[in-house]
Write a protein that binds this ligand. Structure first.
Ligand code: PMP
Ligand code: GLU
Length: 398
């Protein structure tokens, strides 16, 4: 085997994707795995969106588009920001990509120089640190524990800022904790950011539509912040379109232009058919198509929260958005069953995969291996069975 670059050798494989692969392999061997590892809605993409894509194929909308997405799509995205978030953008401040993941990578690679510091509140989503590593930036982690509902304070943020700080990456609603920053909390963080003119915010709002606390608050809404915030969104989560690969970034024009240039050398535009589907998604009647999915997620959250009360040693918050639980599980550390000796959440996840046939993701992927993350974006029957299996398996640990 030849020698790979240091660049790829310094990053780890995405653990969400690795766990999903492992459970697919076991399923293919005939093992009855319930997979709660990968965060993706189990709903079908709404027919009205699928029909727009079918029409695009029949209309031969099959050519390269503008790298940032065709202009009418970007105008529809501007209308979405105006309508849903009270933010005024023009089409040249929007870049459509192959997913929120690419949008994040574009922004980080365009802003971060080697040695620049990127502040990342923990728990964080798996890919942030690895993307920062690719840019040769230095992640500076601020931890917010379960007692703070996993949300950082302005004081913590202030203390983490140095002359090298370039970016802070924050997700609200948060993957993995489901925590949602309210308007006052975001305003207080904004006040700190505004004191540091060289600091930018990458606000990952991909879970905007999966919110159980009365509505989404965008980071860019506060006086002075629109010039400092790169808002990340997309169609994967809210519109059940993970495989379509459609990401959205709204940012100051100079950043959007840089991301267009970067993307023009890597992937060009996302699929023209996906763009037509995204266009329909931007104009969708949310009450008819989006609200039923949100309501189903809320019902599942409550179901799982109830079932988890019966599992000894799982400490959890009550998630206010997204579709994950992130319980603290250190109660089981030091316990054993057969060849399984549990010392951390990675051991516990492997134990649960092996004994309960339930796949989830250890907290190591999100900054703390005392936690496990599982997605509740699956049927109530699957969730009930998964929690039953977990409870029975955990009872075997002595
Ligand atoms: N950000 C967060 C917080 C996520 O959970 C995910 C996972 N899908 C992404 C970004 C990437 O989403 P996409 O499918 O649009 O690339
Ligand atoms: N974002 C989802 C998750 O956290 C999908 C996996 C990924 O893109 O890494 O599970």
């Amino acid at each position: 085997m030849g020698k790979l670059s240091n660049r790829v050798n310094t990053i780890s494989e995405s653990q969400t994707i690795a766990m999903a692969r492992k459970s697919r392999e076991l399923k293919a061997q005939g093992v009855d795995i319930i997979s709660l590892s990968l965060g993706e809605p189990d709903f079908a993409t709404p027919d009205i969106i699928k029909n727009a894509a079918k029409k695009a194929i029949d209309d031969n909308f099959s050519y390269y588009t503008h790298v940032s997405g065709y202009v009418e799509l970007r105008e529809a995205i501007c209308k979405k920001f105006e309508r849903d978030n009270g933010l005024h953008y023009t089409a040249d401040e929007i870049v459509v990509s192959t997913g929120a993941k690419q949008s994040i990578a574009n922004a980080v690679l365009c802003l971060v120089n080697p040695g620049d510091e990127v502040i990342v509140p923990a728990p964080f989503w798996v890919s942030y640190l690895e993307i920062v590593k690719l840019a040769e930036g230095q992640s500076v982690i601020i931890t917010a524990g379960i007692e703070a509902d996993f949300k950082i304070t302005p004081q913590q943020l202030e203390a983490a800022i140095t002359p090298k700080s370039k970016l802070i990456i924050l997700s609200t609603p948060c993957n993995p904790t489901g925590s949602v920053y309210n308007k006052e909390e975001l305003r207080a963080l904004s006040a700190v950011i505004l004191k540091h003119p060289e600091l930018y915010v990458l606000s990952d709002e991909i879970y905007e539509h999966i919110n159980f606390c009365g509505g989404h608050e965008s980071f860019a809404q506060f006086e002075g912040m629109k010039d400092r915030v790169i808002t990340i969104n997309g169609v994967s989560k809210g519109f059940a379109m993970t495989g379509w690969r459609g990401g959205i970034m709204a940012a100051p024009k100079w950043i959007a232009q840089a991301c267009d240039k970067m993307q023009g050398q890597f992937t060009s535009a996302t699929s023209s058919i996906t763009q037509k589907a995204m266009h329909k998604a931007m104009e969708l009647d949310y009450a008819t198509y989006i609200e039923p999915m949100r309501a189903a997620f809320l019902k599942r959250r409550d179901l799982v929260y109830g079932l988890m009360k019966d599992i000894p040693g799982f400490k959890t918050n009550l998630p206010q958005g997204a579709f994950y639980f992130y319980p603290e599980v250190s109660y089981y550390f030091g316990k054993s069953f057969g060849a399984h000796h549990i010392q951390n959440a990675t051991d516990l996840s492997l134990f649960l995969l092996d004994v309960a046939h339930v796949a989830l993701v250890p907290g190591a992927a999100f900054g703390d291996d005392k936690y496990i993350r599982f997605s509740y974006a699956t049927s109530e029957a699957n969730l009930t069975e998964a929690l039953k299996r977990m409870k029975e398996a955990l009872a075997k640990l002595q």
